[in-house]
Design a protein around this ligand. Structure first.
Ligand SMILES: [Zn+2]
Length: 85
């Protein structure tokens, strides 16, 4: 799999480190312990199209938001995390 870093261009995925799914929205302060356990520890582990955080640890060290298919590894989009906010 190759990832098109917006700063460095097309690179091997071996230069990147995956952090995991882009987190869900943080629960309200009054949401309770179960909502926070779900927020911190439970990932959807989606099969198919997914949005994830990747770190270009072997390159420019930028954090990226990568939308990809976890089955086929097709990449739909790659943007710098600062553009995603
Ligand atoms: Zn890069």
């Amino acid at each position: 799999m190759r990832i098109d870093c917006p700063h460095c261009g097309l690179r091997s995925n071996e230069e990147f480190t995956i952090k995991g799914e882009v987190p869900k929205a943080r629960p309200d302060a009054e949401a309770g312990q179960d909502a926070y356990v779900d927020y911190v520890y439970i990932d959807k582990n989606t099969r198919g199209r997914n949005v994830e955080h990747w770190h270009h640890s072997g390159g420019c060290r930028a954090w990226l938001v990568v939308e990809r298919n976890t089955i086929t590894h097709e990449i739909y989009s790659v943007i710098d995390v600062q553009e995603a906010q």
